[in-house]
Design a protein around this ligand. Structure first.
Ligand SMILES: *Cc1c(COP(=O)(O)O)cnc(C)c1O
Length: 385
């Protein structure tokens, strides 16, 4: 037998957080390094390469390298939120550059693009999700520098072909950045499908316990664009505190268990309510009836994620009433935690939303699936009372 070990699988890498030991005490769990500043040598040098915490903090090393390993990237950066990670990418463009994003995507980021992004001189086109033809036609050779993609996309879970988008980007020398928050690195690795940058709201599945706000970027190449992203982070200082980074690493150790269980639960709920009385439609990429199912089945490995939406017959009022009657599933925003959440997205997003008014977005947690199904059933049964 050879001494060479096979490369470790993602479950092992995340459970052991790459197996790192804290060198001073050999502790399995890292310490927390709150120091904002580091001593210079007498000759003026910084022997560990660290000078000031706005550039980098020791508590970022392990989660960043774990993310690189899970996504198959060269370098990663933690941010103070998913939004600050996304904005570091978009703000690395220059005034007059053209970028393309899908019509259905994370609402706050789309709003920023439509308001501040355009005012700062970016030309931004929105294309229908799941339509490579329109994407191709929207590209302006020489001017399109960034394609932004989210798949499955909030809150209808439309699926896009990452490899198809990557081909379009390569042809004109644009970067493709993919918001992989919902799929997680366990179910989809955009860099392996040709994307250049992956973005995560680490607030969601990566941390998984609804107690940290954080974001992350992972890059396939350390190119000039990535250098601009890094300058944006160190200069802007949109970084998590050391304790937040420490909590994030703790959460990432159980990523695979949580995502697997949430995916199983979501699939059970989607199957249970597809075609059920009072349900107009179930939007979940794992269902054969979902328009993006074939692409999702190719692109996602090991499950279809924990996010799904139920459209309720009777419109907005009926949907709100179902949400109001839920007892186990909590009415709250956000997603990717161990506890299940429901949200009426159209009223949250307001005017101009592409979200149907009868849609309830569910973030399915790791509870017992039957308890969740029973809860939705009792909330649906109350409809005619
Ligand atoms: C939450 C979320 C974001 C924004 O992340 P924050 O950590 O809240 O700033 C971006 N994209 C998706 C898909 C999200 O769910």
């Amino acid at each position: 037998m050879s001494d060479e070990m096979k490369p470790l699988n993602p479950e092992t890498l995340s459970a052991q957080a790459l197996g790192w030991l804290e060198p001073t005490h050999k502790s399995l769990i890292p310490g927390i390094f709150p120091s904002t500043t580091y001593e210079r040598e007498a000759d003026g040098s910084y022997p560990t390469g660290r000078a000031y915490t706005r550039d980098h903090n020791p508590n970022y090393d392990q989660p960043e390298q774990l993310l690189c390993a899970l996504e198959g990237g060269r370098d990663a950066l933690l941010f103070s939120s998913g939004m600050s990670a996304a904005l570091a990418v978009v703000q690395s463009l220059r005034p007059g550059d053209h970028m393309i994003a899908p019509e259905v995507m994370y609402w706050s980021l789309r709003n920023w693009m439509l308001s501040v992004g355009r005012e700062w001189g970016l030309e931004i086109s929105f294309v229908p999700n799941g339509d490579l033809g329109t994407l191709q036609a929207a590209v302006i050779p020489g001017r399109t520098k960034l394609l932004w993609l989210e798949t499955p996309a909030n809150p209808t879970w439309v699926v896009d072909d990452i490899a198809g988008w990557a081909k379009v980007a390569k042809k004109v020398g644009a970067h493709l950045a993919v918001d992989n928050t919902v799929a997680t690195p366990l179910l989809t690795n955009p860099l392996k499908l040709g994307a250049d940058i992956v973005m995560h709201s680490a607030t969601k599945y990566l941390n998984g316990h609804s107690d940290v706000l954080a974001g992350a970027l992972v890059t396939a190449e350390e190119d000039d664009f990535w250098a601009r992203v890094k300058v944006n982070r160190s200069a802007g200082g949109a970084i998590p505190g050391p304790f937040e980074a420490w909590l994030l690493l703790r959460g990432m150790r159980t990523l695979h268990l949580r995502v697997e269980r949430a995916s199983e639960n979501a699939m059970a709920i989607a199957r249970q309510f597809e075609g059920a009385k009072g349900v107009r439609c179930v939007l979940y990429p794992g269902l054969k009836s979902h328009p993006g199912h074939d692409i999702a089945a190719r692109q996602m490995t090991g499950g279809f994620g924990g996010m799904l939406s139920l459209c309720i017959e009777g419109g907005e009022e009926a949907a709100m009433a179902v949400a109001a009657r839920l007892k186990v599933i909590k009415r709250a925003t956000s997603l990717g935690g161990v506890e299940s959440l429901v949200e009426h997205r159209a009223s949250v997003e307001g005017a101009g939303t592409p979200c149907p008014p009868d849609l309830l977005r569910l973030s399915i947690g790791i509870e017992n699936a039957e308890d969740l199904i029973n809860d939705i059933n009792q909330a649906m049964d109350g409809r005619n009372r």
